[in-house]
Ligand binder design. Structure first.
Ligand SMILES: O=C(O)CCC(=O)C(=O)O
Ligand SMILES: [Fe+2]
Length: 371
């Protein structure tokens, strides 16, 4: 719960209680209902149609498949076997963060049931009647609640997705949202996200720690830095799309977080940009996708780069991506870690979000120091 914690403007959204069952006098057409109304192959409404050059993927071109490149999959099973093995894993992460800004992890220790429960609860949430979901609608300019993706305002086409965001630890607002959404059992709802949040926080601390070791930052410095970071639980739902080649699930962007941990389930769609090509991050059973966010790019002084990525949709399957954003606390100063020559000035995450809301992809450059 938010309790008495004071949040800065961009982050302050404490849901107010609403009465369950009350009718909303607004009708909003969302992709969930559109997906049910349209026949397979039927053209999408104009507002949802993207040009083929925008939605084309490397896999559309058979020539690209011959020397298929794959985002690294890093096995954490032997992390504690020896110092040497730990160093090797740090090195694998360092090189993935430099080359790709992304990798997958397997044998991470997060129990399958925890993931499955959170995925089930998320799917139940998206399956609620639209009027229920709109009770938790994200107010404009804020981070938390239900609606279209926050970056929608930067594009002149609509995306084929719905999203829902809640604050994770240390100030989670699960209970307030369970009440707002009128979910069947508030207790089950909160429990499944509390478990997931706890597991994700543990994994985020571990992976950020390993990545920062690759920067040769001191143990104490790393710990000081990330121990107080915050978590956000974010879900994207992509219903089956009757005409996927002209739709965009989530347009190309980088995450504002320090680190992003994503569970995409068995239905793929996520792509990361490498050079001028979009490369699919194919689902690996049980894996989490890890992505470098803008804050880690800044902290690493451009040694790592935040991954440019997007999500495409498909005709047959619904898709849920369950995302955990690991972020600096909003008002704490974040700087490049121990560089001889810092490229960026220090900033707070709150300050960064305000600039990103105006400049979107140009936001990090805004904080570059003059040469
Ligand atoms: O659903 C996906 O594959 C991507 C999600 C994502 O990039 C995001 O939520 O920031
Ligand atoms: Fe993202």
């Amino acid at each position: 719960m938010l309790g008495t914690t004071r949040l800065p403007s961009g982050l302050s959204q404490s849901p107010t209680p609403s009465s369950c069952g009350a009718q909303l006098l607004r009708s909003v057409s969302n992709v969930g209902s559109l997906s049910k109304m349209l026949e397979r192959g039927q053209q999408l409404p104009e507002a949802y149609r993207w040009s083929s050059s925008e939605t084309a993927a490397a896999e559309d071109d058979p020539a690209e498949l011959e020397d298929e490149v794959v985002v690294p999959v890093i096995d954490l099973a032997e992390l504690d076997r020896s110092d040497e093995r730990r160093k090797e894993i740090c090195e694998e992460m360092r090189s993935a963060c430099r080359e790709w800004g992304a990798f997958q992890v397997v044998n991470h220790g997060v129990p399958d049931q925890v993931v499955e429960r959170a995925r089930r609860t998320s799917l139940d949430l998206f399956a609620l009647p639209e009027s229920d979901k709109l009770r938790a609608e994200r107010p404009p300019g804020t981070l938390f609640g239900y609606g279209a993706t926050r970056m929608a305002s930067f594009f002149n086409r609509l995306m084929w997705s719905e999203a829902f965001t809640m604050m994770g630890s240390p100030h989670n607002n699960f209970e307030a949202y369970a009440r707002k959404l009128c979910v069947h059992s508030e207790q089950d709802f909160c429990k499944s996200f509390e478990e997931y949040d706890k597991a994700m926080r543990g994994l985020a601390l571990l992976i950020t720690d390993l990545i920062l070791h690759g920067l040769e930052a001191s143990e104490e410095r790393i710990h000081q830095h990330i121990r107080n970071f915050w978590g956000m639980i974010h879900m994207n739902f992509y219903p089956p799309c009757p005409s996927p080649s002209e739709a965009m699930g989530l347009a190309s962007h980088t995450d504002s977080s320090c680190l992003t941990i994503m569970h995409q389930g068995s239905v793929g769609g996520l792509q990361v940009k490498r050079g001028d090509k979009w490369i699919a991050i194919k689902p690996v059973p049980g894996a989490f996708v890890i992505q470098v966010g803008d804050m880690l790019q800044l902290m690493s002084n451009n040694v790592f780069h935040s991954a440019l990525h997007r999500a495409l949709v498909n005709e047959r399957f619904e898709r849920l991506s369950l995302v955990y954003f690991f972020t600096p606390p909003p008002t704490v100063s974040i700087c490049p870690i121990h560089p001889s020559k810092p490229l960026y000035r220090c900033l707070t995450w709150n300050e960064y979000l305000q600039v990103k809301a105006k400049l979107f992809m140009g936001a990090l450059d805004h904080f570059l120091l003059p040469e």
